[in-house]
Design a binder for this molecule. Structure first.
Ligand code: FAD
Length: 717
């Protein structure tokens, strides 16, 4: 039973209602919410306290716990299941997520080393069976992906359950331990919470208190359900698409529900893996034949690990109809021959939704939603987990600045104002991608929207009139008539209908109108417009033009250093050091602590601003550095100029740009001139940019900018 107490009109709301504002060098402000109150275990029978508790040990909760711990925020993770799910879901990791993973103690490198070779997954294959005719295929990798032109790292294909395993190892590396209920007993009083993952603990109730939130975590203690009380400053709901935390906070979802229902069959077959590796390697196989249709996700061809997605039409079809034997039979129909070693591991029903939470933050800033708890997309295009990991990345540094009393509580709201529009955009994109995927069976004469309509008609008009088993027979009869369109008799070049359908299919694939794998324009090109930024003037028309450009969904990513954008990638080399190695501009920002970086060219006015920035960052106790980008081939003697210009500060780096042949310089890549200066946030997004000769008073300008970025309602003096 879920419960929430004290959420409305409770003391917390009354006591802390008011304006939150900033005065430098004061610790807890009277009107600032004490989100991160004392860490000490509550004495005198009070439940133990922790600044942050994360509900959900999925990929998003684990990434978040890693980032928070690295940034010095003490946290624990609760997961309702006693073990991590082995049923694979996500497998495609996009560029931006891989960039984030590069800074998670080398996680991206581990993924690159463990994932299957790219030639085994770069294609989507459309066929009548895995051994029958290939109707078409699309290669989703381009040479520029391997050349790492737009990002220092490529996309990856790596199953979610294996990613979770790697994340657990990374967390163990920074001191985390995983516990089951019977390993810790039922007493919570002396339990050290921080750096722990409590499996088998379901967040099932919350109660707001004066200085935090009291969580009830239910667990099974030797067959008896018990509840452990944990007090924390913030509860982060990373508990997935059916989030209990979201429900407890009373936050609704908005969007479309039940776009499609499917049954997901997780199975192993080394025979099939070997066959496909040899004959027709690919990541996704869209299979259409008169006996069955389905989408096979080849999670790992080398080890023969697959997930088959089969359309599912309840209530006429029951989940129980998909026994292991039935699933094996469907697999054989789709493979076209009988692999001897098919081992069905797990069968699960699931529904596809396209929804975003109306709010990301609830209960007076005490609850924050991340990942699938905040948004659930059709998996077409692989945006779900990727968006969730990027939510965590956006949130972690903000919470750190809040804990360090550098930013105001309002910075939490910028998590919502930045990430919710991205989720809404990605929802629409995923729905469009889903429609693009559905256009293929429709072209072949098997329109899924017709199937859904038929199903709806049966549900609404016949549902109460004829018995369920007759409805089922009717539905399956109609579906098998539909699937007859996929017979070799129709679907061949000699049949006029078949040949026109095949020609149409070819043009959809050739024109890139089928489901795509990569979306660099959206993956790397998304931009925050409202948030922890000093937004630049963006005339309505410019914004509109940009949105329209975006809506055309061109694959191309155009590097931009506009405020809110992810910093463009270019290779750099450190000057004045013995280190010859090259690195990405993204590496100018530390991954180990929330650090701001000011990128400048070696110009007098830019150095003036840089000095002001270092001074004010120091006053604010913000971690910051200057990155001076020199043209390629700059000589050492000149470069040493930074030392005298920036003295007494030493937190700067001189780097030499290594532009690609097609561009002349970093500044040209960003479509700006050398007078420009760019303030980069800890999450590698641009917080502010200007041209140094436009700034009259460096000191007050930097104070104004930090005041906006840190969401302080009064300028810093
Ligand atoms: C078929 C399919 C393919 C997909 N492919 C991709 C892809 O290629 N790329 C991509 O980016 N995304 C993909 N996704 C989406 C992706 O799987 C999800 O977006 C991702 O799992 C979200 O991660 P999460 O950590 O937010 O939630 P989850 O992975 O759902 O984890 C939530 C965790 O919370 C726990 N939990 C739930 N309730 C409670 C509670 N009350 N208390 C404590 N713990 C609780 C659960 O046990 C679970 O461990 C796919 C999804 C599907 C269905």
């Amino acid at each position: 039973m879920l419960s929430i107490a004290g959420a409305v009109g409770g003391r917390l709301f009354c006591v802390h209602r008011g304006v939150t504002w900033w005065r430098p060098r004061r610790r807890l402000l009277p009107l600032q919410l004490p989100l991160f109150s004392s860490l000490a275990a509550g004495g005198g029978g009070a439940p133990p306290h922790l600044p942050v508790v994360i509900a959900g040990a999925g990929p998003v909760g684990l990434v978040l716990s890693f980032l928070l711990t690295k940034f010095g925020i003490k946290c624990a993770v609760l997961d309702k299941n006693v073990e991590f799910t082995r049923h694979p879901r996500a497998h495609f990791i996009n560029n931006r997520t891989m960039e984030i993973f590069r800074k998670l103690d080398g996680l991206a490198g581990d993924i690159e080393n463990s994932q299957p070779p790219v030639d085994l997954w770069r294609k989507f294959v459309y066929c009548t069976s895995l051994s029958g005719s290939i109707l078409g295929s699309v290669d989703h990798m381009k040479q520029e992906d391997f050349d790492k032109v737009i990002s220092p790292i490529s996309v990856a294909h790596f199953s979610q359950h294996k990613l979770v395993d790697l994340l657990i190892k990374k967390l163990e590396g920074i001191g985390f331990q995983t516990y089951l209920p019977d390993e810790i007993g039922s007493s919570t009083q002396d339990l050290v919470l921080e750096n722990k993952i409590f499996m088998g603990h379901e967040c099932s109730s919350i109660q707001l208190t004066d200085d935090g939130i009291l969580i009830g975590a239910s667990f099974n203690n030797a067959g008896r359900m018990q509840e452990r009380k944990i007090h924390c400053g913030l509860l982060l709901g990373a508990d997935g698409a059916r989030s209990t935390v979201r429900e407890l906070a009373g936050i609704n979802m908005k969007g479309q529900r039940d776009l499609q229902k499917l049954v997901s069959v997780h199975f192993l077959s080394r025979d099939l893996g070997k066959y496909l590796s040899r004959e027709r390697p690919g990541m996704l196989f869209f299979i259409f034949n008169p006996d069955a249709v389905g989408v096979l996700v080849a999670h790992d061809l080398e080890h023969g690990e697959f997930v088959l997605q089969i359309p599912f039409y309840p209530p006429q079809q029951m989940f129980e109809d998909f026994s292991t034997k039935v699933c094996e039979e469907i697999i054989v129909k789709l493979v076209g021959w009988e692999p001897t070693d098919v081992q069905v591991l797990d069968v699960k029903p699931w529904a596809m939704h396209a929804e975003v939470a109306e709010k990301y933050i609830g209960c007076n800033n005490r609850i924050i939603l991340v990942g699938d708890a905040a948004h659930r997309f059709p998996p077409a295009g692989g945006f779900g987990m990727n968006t969730g990991v990027q939510d965590a990345h956006n949130l972690a540094w903000k919470l750190c600045l809040l804990q360090n009393d550098v930013a105001s509580t309002s910075i939490i709201q910028t998590y919502e104002s930045e990430r919710q529009p991205v989720a809404i955009f990605n929802t629409e994109l995923s729905v469009d991608n889903f429609k693009a995927a559905m256009s293929i069976p429709a072209t072949l004469g098997l329109d899924p929207t017709v199937a859904n309509s038929v199903h709806q008609v049966i549900n609404s008009s016949l549902g109460s009139v004829i018995p369920r088993n007759l409805q089922k027979k009717l539905l399956e009869g109609l579906f098998s008539i539909g699937r007859a369109q996929l017979s070799d008799y129709i679907l061949n070049e000699k049949n006029p209908l078949g040949s026109s359908r095949l020609a149409r299919l070819k043009s959809i694939l050739d024109e890139g109108k089928s489901l795509q794998l990569q979306f660099p324009a959206e993956d790397l090109g998304f931009r925050y417009e409202l948030g922890a930024l000093d937004a630049e003037d963006c005339a309505e028309t410019t914004c509109e033009a940009e949105k329209q450009k975006h809506s055309k969904r061109s694959r191309e990513y155009v590097p931009s250093a506009k405020v809110g954008s992810r910093l463009p990638h270019m290779l750099m080399r450190a000057l004045s050091t013995s280190n010859e190695g090259v690195f990405s501009t993204l590496d100018l920002v530390s991954g180990d602590k929330p650090e701001f970086a000011l990128i400048i060219a070696p110009l007098k006015e830019s150095y003036d601003l840089a000095r002001a920035m270092l001074k004010i960052a120091d006053e604010l106790k913000l971690s910051a550095k200057i990155c001076v980008i020199w043209p390629q081939g700059s000589v050492d003697a000149k470069v040493r100029g930074s030392r005298s210009e920036l003295a007494p500060w030493t937190n700067y780096v001189d780097v030499e740009e290594i532009p690609r042949a097609s561009v002349n310089s970093w500044w040209e890549t960003c479509q700006i001139n050398r007078k420009s200066i760019i303030l980069v946030r800890p999450d590698e997004h641009v917080a502010w940019r200007t041209e140094s000769d436009r700034v009259k008073d460096a000191d007050s300008e930097i104070r104004r900018v930090f005041s906006n970025v840190l969401c302080l309602t009064r300028p810093i003096r």
